[in-house]
Design a protein around this ligand. Structure first.
Ligand code: HPA
Length: 236
């Protein structure tokens, strides 16, 4: 039986879901990294494909759309209706620190936010949402030191009116910014499930550079391969 936002049947979705923001990326991951991917959701263009990895693990890849309201809805329905145990967000982020360059991999062990998500869900406003410890451990292990692990901010805005606001977060050592991890982690905690966000740096607030749309796809390969290894380990 489907939900208001997902028309897959129960059983069409694997226990572990890889979740990029962009539906085209969902299709690209499914077609390039899964064997026999089949389309199991197309509502609102948020394509979901289920297939198997090279090591024979069943995996679903489904896009979340942009922002916390969107990933909040999809992760809620996947965790509570489809029996999903683990969601691994694979996305892009902006970086705040001098030591980070575009194409680097960042893992949000913790997420803070400027949104009202925590308050609206009865959590303290300064609540720090955490990735699943088990997934952080596995990701560290599988990344061979290639990923930087730390705190990120999930923001409600891509275009800030105050162009310098990011410097406040830089001063606190926040690695960078994306727009989804916080809500995903809160939902995982609420429903006693697992989540982690692995991001490729697509733009730097320090160096003011960014990767082009074409480069985005190729630089995502490293992140997707890492996420699939994590998915396989957590499925064991
Ligand atoms: N801000 C928010 N989200 C992002 C960014 C950014 O600069 N880059 C990629 N995702």
């Amino acid at each position: 039986m489907p939900t208001p936002h997902i028309n897959a049947q129960i059983g069409d979705i694997a226990k572990v879901v890889l979740m990029p923001g962009d539906p085209k990326r969902s299709e690209w991951i499914a077609k390039n990294f899964l064997t026999n991917p089949r389309l199991v959701n197309d509502i609102r263009g948020n394509l979901a494909y289920t297939g198997t990895t090279d090591n024979g693990i069943e995996l679903t890849v489904m896009s979340s759309g942009m922002g916390m309201p969107s990933i909040g809805i999809y992760s809620h329905e996947l965790y509570t209706h489809y029996g999903v145990e683990t969601i691994i967000r694979v996305g892009t982020c902006g970086s705040y620190l001098d030591s980070i360059r575009i194409r680097d991999l960042l893992v949000a062990e913790e997420a803070i936010t400027d949104s009202s998500w925590a308050k609206m869900h009865g959590l303290p406003e300064d609540y720090v949402a955490k990735a699943s410890e088990e997934l952080v451990k596995i990701t560290k292990d599988e990344s061979n030191g290639e990923a930087l692990i730390g705190q990120m901010i999930s923001s409600d805005t891509f275009y800030d009116y105050d162009e310098n606001i990011w410097k406040e977060y830089q001063a606190k050592g926040v690695m960078g910014v994306e727009m989804e991890a916080y809500a995903l982690y809160c939902n995982a905690m609420q429903f006693k499930k697992k989540a982690i966000a692995i991001c490729t740096v697509s733009d730097s607030f320090v160096y003011k550079d960014e990767i082009s749309a074409e480069e985005r796809m190729s630089s995502l390969t490293k992140m997707v391969k890492l996420a699939i290894k994590v998915a396989e380990r957590v499925s064991e």
